[in-house]
Design a protein around this ligand. Structure first.
Ligand code: MLT
Length: 396
C-alpha cells in the first residue's frame, strides 16, 4: 500500500509569503546586478547584539570546556535560572506565574504552530489579515478555519460578539502583526470571558509586547482576570533582544489550564519531552541577561531605534498622502496602497521604481488586499534613503 501523504500540502499556496518575497528579491537582483535594494519586508532585526550579552554567552560557552561546568542536554522545559527571570518579568506587570507555568522554546513561530499537537479536528478563529503561520498550520492540520475580516472600519480589531457559542481555538496577536492594532484590557476581557464560557482556548501571541508605549495597555493576557483558565501565551526574545538568529522564546501554559478535564500543562510537558530537546544553555544565558535590569536597558535602546525608524517611515508615507494605521506600538507600518493599487501592483511598482521591498497586504490574507506592510527593523541609513526614493511613487 502506498504511503498516505498529507494532501493539505498540495492545497496550500506553493510558497510561504516570506519565502516568496525573498525569491522575488533574488530574481530582481539577478536581472539588475547593480541594484541597491532596501529591504523593508520580512521583520528581521538588524541591530547587533549588545556586547555585555555576548560576554555572558562567551562565558557560558567557556564553561563547556571544564568537566565541572560542562552541560549535556538542556532540560526540555528550560533552565530554572531563565524561568525565574521570566516569572520576575511578569511580576513587574503584576502577573504572578510559577516556574512550572513557563516553557522555554526556540521561538514564537515554532510554538504557535506546535501547540496544535494537543488538539485535533477543531475550528480555529483567525483574523484576516493575519500572521500567516496561524493560517497555514491550521490548514495543514485539517482544522476548519473561521476567518474574521479586519478593516479600517473595525479599526483592524475583531471581537467575539458575532461568534456562535461553541468551542474554538482562537488566535490573538497584540500588538498585531501585520496591522499594529493593540487590544486594550476591555477588548481582551471580552475574549477571556467568551473563551471561559465556551471552553475555547486562546493562543495569545505577544511577540511584540516590548513595543507597547502606553503602559495602560496590557502586555500579557494574564493581566486579565480569568485568563489562566483559557489561554496560553507565546512570547519571544527575537524582536525584544535581537534573537532572530539565536532562537529563544517562551510559552506560558498555566498549571490550572484545563480543557474538558484535560490539563494542558501536563500535555504540553509530555509533548515537549517527546518532541523537543530544549534550547542551548549558552542561548538561555543570553536570554537571561536580556531580562536583567542592565539587559533591559540595552534592549530598550534597540527598540527605541526601531520605533524611531517607524516614525520616520510613517511621517514620510503620510506626507505622500498615504493612509497609515496603528503604528504607535509596533515595529510595522500598515498602510493603504496609493492610487487604489492592489497589493502586488504596489509591490512591483516599489521594486521597479524605488528598489524597495515590502510585504503586500494580501500576503497576510485576502482582506489585506489593497494594503501593504513595511518593517522598521532596518538600518537607519536605509530608512532615510527609502524615504527619499518613495518620493518617486508620486503620480507624474
Ligand atoms: C514577519 O515579518 O512578520 C516576522 O517577523 C517573521 C517571523 O517572525 O516569522
Amino acid at each position: 500500500m502506498a504511503l498516505k501523504i498529507n494532501k493539505n500540502y498540495k492545497k496550500i499556496k506553493k510558497n510561504y509569503i516570506f519565502t516568496e518575497i525573498n525569491q522575488k528579491k533574488s530574481n530582481y537582483l539577478k536581472n539588475n546586478k547593480n541594484a541597491k535594494i532596501i529591504d523593508l519586508g520580512v521583520g528581521d532585526v538588524t541591530r547587533p547584539l549588545n556586547k555585555n550579552l555576548v560576554e555572558v554567552m562567551k562565558k557560558a560557552l567557556d564553561e563547556q570546556t571544564h568537566t565541572k561546568t560542562f552541560k549535556g542536554y538542556p532540560p526540555e522545559k528550560g533552565y530554572e535560572f531563565l524561568k525565574n527571570q521570566i516569572v520576575k518579568y511578569y511580576k513587574k506587570r503584576n502577573v504572578i506565574l510559577k516556574n512550572e507555568d513557563v516553557f522555554i522554546s526556540n521561538g514564537a513561530c515554532c510554538d504557535v504552530t506546535n501547540i496544535l499537537d494537543l488538539f485535533e479536528n477543531n475550528i480555529a478563529v483567525i483574523a484576516n489579515p493575519t500572521y500567516p503561520a496561524y493560517y497555514d498550520s491550521n490548514f495543514l492540520q485539517g482544522n476548519k478555519i473561521l476567518l474574521k475580516n479586519l478593516n479600517k472600519k473595525n479599526n483592524f480589531i475583531f471581537s467575539p460578539k458575532n461568534l456562535k457559542k461553541q468551542s474554538y481555538i482562537i488566535y490573538l496577536c497584540s500588538p498585531n502583526n501585520p496591522t499594529g492594532a493593540v487590544l486594550n484590557k476591555e477588548r481582551l476581557k471580552q475574549w477571556v470571558d467568551f473563551a471561559n464560557e465556551t471552553s475555547s482556548l486562546i493562543i495569545f501571541d505577544c511577540a511584540y509586547e516590548s513595543f507597547i508605549s502606553d503602559e495602560s495597555l496590557p502586555h500579557f493576557i494574564y493581566e486579565i482576570e480569568g485568563a489562566k483558565t483559557c489561554a496560553v501565551e507565546i512570547a519571544s526574545f527575537s524582536k525584544m533582544a535581537g534573537f532572530t538568529n539565536l532562537r529563544c522564546g517562551w510559552t506560558v501554559v498555566p498549571t490550572q489550564l484545563n480543557i474538558n478535564g484535560n490539563n494542558l500543562n501536563e500535555m504540553w510537558t509530555r509533548r515537549q519531552c517527546t518532541k523537543f530537546n530544549g534550547v542551548p544553555y549558552v542561548v538561555q544565558k543570553g536570554a537571561y541577561f536580556s531580562l536583567t535590569k542592565k539587559g533591559q536597558i540595552k534592549c530598550q535602546k534597540n527598540i527605541d531605534y526601531y520605533k524611531k525608524n517607524l516614525k520616520i517611515l510613517t511621517t514620510c508615507l503620510t506626507k505622500l498622502g498615504i493612509e497609515c494605521f496603528n503604528s504607535m506600538h509596533s515595529p510595522y507600518v500598515w498602510f493603504k496602497c496609493p492610487h487604489g493599487m492592489s497589493s502586488w501592483q504596489f509591490f512591483d511598482l516599489l521594486l521597479e521604481k524605488c528598489q524597495i521591498v515590502g510585504i503586500p497586504g494580501i500576503g497576510f490574507g485576502t482582506a489585506g488586499e489593497g494594503y501593504f506592510r513595511f518593517s522598521a527593523f532596518a538600518k537607519r541609513k536605509d530608512v532615510l534613503v527609502a524615504c527619499e526614493r518613495l518620493k518617486g511613487i508620486k503620480k507624474d
